[in-house]
Write a protein that binds this ligand. Structure first.
Ligand code: SF4
Length: 414
């Protein structure tokens, strides 16, 4: 167990520890009455927990429903209206509930509950717009990724089909009430590689009507020129989840991805997309992410993945493995947090050493992962010049984008 004082002085360590150990919710808590968010199983599953804000402004999603969370040393208690995080009988810190916006209780004009169209993960809007990933319905045997819960979520908390009009209503509501700056789309695998065709109509409408930042997380399309087109359309982030760097483990954990794409297709797409950063349009920022799951391979292999991703100019996204209820890996234990500390320290260091633009976009707090910039407290290294450069980019980009969004907000809604 980490010393209490370390958890109290390093919010990133607390965020990591909570991902790995989960948390119990004491009967004293009044999450809904106090304006907190309902627990929703959406997307590949990491959003299955309670959304809270830790000291230092670190938004997080803490596992609470899985079996390991029920045995956690952490418990959330409400005392005189404040939420206190306890570890066994020791007080750790006070936390805030991530606010539930009014649109969470609204429906679209077609009568669809808005949370079945999109949900906030931290401060951005996340949408899984299409039918279930084909790996979940492959015959004779499913070949879904073993950690994934997409096939269990759609139709439960998440609608399987979302029209562009429904999505636009939710985007406008989330912009007006939650002041989102970023919309993230996520799809699984579809035979015929149709995932980008499915997303493009949503992207065009959102860009035209709001100017918001948009991200796309799909399998790697075989025609890499499709990413040039996304860049031209104003997409700001592309993300490729290769999950596991160790090739043997990749084959075991992600059988469908291994058979249909192979790890090299993911790596080639990351390399190619990172090379598009210097292309226009100049007013649209562009980042490429390579996403992995820490805890399903050795920490050394995760660090090799981080070094590879940053070496091509992309930014790693590092999730912490969560054994989600109902998935193939539900009975596995969550990873121990201690061996993951060097992984997240390396995440920060590798991004800083390569001069990558981390933490620059305005008002994007991510609850599902530890962001590279959040991990600074886990590293002993200092990067004063790079920090200055990032502060300058952050301020210039924030100024420009906030003006752009404000201009779009003043336009009459369609
Ligand atoms: S590709 Fe894998 S992780 Fe993504 S939705 Fe399909 S089964 Fe889940």
């Amino acid at each position: 167990m980490f010393p209490l004082v370390d958890l109290q002085t390093t919010p990133a360590l607390l965020k990591l520890d909570l991902y790995c150990r989960g948390m119990r919710i004491d009967e004293s808590c009044l999450i809904a009455d106090d304006g907190g968010r309902r627990i929703l199983r959406t997307r590949a599953g990491l959003g299955s927990g309670l959304e809270i804000i830790l000291p230092g402004g670190l938004w997080t999603n803490v596992p609470v429903t899985e079996a390991f969370a029920k045995a956690s040393p952490y418990a959330l208690r409400r005392q005189q209206g404040a939420y206190r995080l306890m570890r066994d009988d020791e007080f750790v810190t006070t936390v805030e509930l991530s606010p539930r916006p009014a649109w969470y209780d609204a429906t679209t004009s077609h009568g669809k509950p808005m949370t079945r169209v999109g949900t906030l993960q931290g401060t951005y809007l996340a949408i899984y717009p299409a039918k279930v990933c084909d790996y979940w319905i492959e015959t004779p045997d499913k070949v879904n990724c073993k950690f994934c819960s997409v096939g269990l979520n759609l139709g439960v908390d998440d609608d399987a089909v979302k029209s562009v009009d429904d999505v636009m209503e939710v985007v406008h509501a989330a912009r007006a009430e939650s002041h989102i700056t970023y919309v993230d789309f996520n799809t699984g695998h579809y035979h015929g590689d149709t995932y980008l065709d499915i997303l493009e109509p949503y992207i065009t409408r959102i860009k035209n009507e709001t100017g918001l930042l948009i991200g796309v997380q799909t399998p790697p399309h075989p025609d890499l020129s499709r990413y040039d087109r996304l860049r031209e359309m104003g997409v700001n982030r592309v993300s490729f989840c290769f999950e596991i760097y160790d090739r043997e483990r990749f084959r075991e954990v992600c059988p469908g991805k291994h058979t249909h794409y192979g790890q090299d297709r993911y790596l080639d797409a990351i390399r190619y997309c990172a090379s598009l950063a210097d292309r226009g349009p100049a007013h649209e920022p562009w980042v490429t992410n390579g996403e992995i799951i820490a805890g399903l391979e050795s920490p050394e292999s995760s660090m090799r993945a981080i070094d590879w991703v940053t070496s091509v100019g992309a930014i790693p996204t590092v999730c912490v493995f969560r054994p989600l209820a109902g998935t193939d890996y539900a009975a596995m234990p969550p990873p121990a947090p201690e061996p993951l500390v060097p992984v997240f320290a390396r995440l920060y260091e590798a991004c800083m050493e390569r001069g990558l633009p981390i933490g620059c976009a305005p008002n994007i707090h991510v609850s599902l992962v530890l962001l590279p910039e959040e991990c600074a407290g886990l590293s002993a290294r200092q990067y004063p010049w790079q920090q200055l450069k990032l502060a300058a980019i952050r301020s210039g980009l924030g100024w420009y984008l906030n003006r752009r969004f404000a201009r779009a907000d003043r336009r009459p809604l369609p």
